[in-house]
Design a protein around this ligand. Sequence first.
Ligand code: RB5
Length: 146
Amino acid sequence: MRVAIGADHAGVMIKDDIIGVIKELGMEVIDLGCDCKESVDYPDYAIPVAENVANGTADRGILICGTGIGMSIAANKVEGIRCALVHDLFSAKATRQHNDSNVLAMGERIIGPGLAKEIAKVWLETDYEGGRHAKRVGKITAYETN
Ligand code: RB5
């Protein structure tokens, strides 16, 4: 599995921790930045990560900013993206099982690196359940494409 990752200046520390998790799981990392502490704009990272997922270059994406909110709003503007803003383990599992989320957003100013790494691991390892959820996800896709 190939995982695209991006962060702004407020998420760059956790980005490095999450890259370690992805590698430990034997997955490929596509690091789309940023690598600096200077102020940058989160859409400049959210949209490329989301586009990598939408066009199949990556299977999943992970985004980190201060709150995760800006990243999730921007990523969800890209057709085919279901970005979930997650700060707890229950939601990390449920959003994969129920929503087939293909991008995960987290906020470095909300949670610490330990929980962020656990969330990323659970989210990356949990499969979509399909079944009754497929009709619901399908309605989102139908609205998006019509
Ligand atoms: C940067 O200050 C901050 O606004 C950004 O990281 C993010 O939290 C936006 O949603």
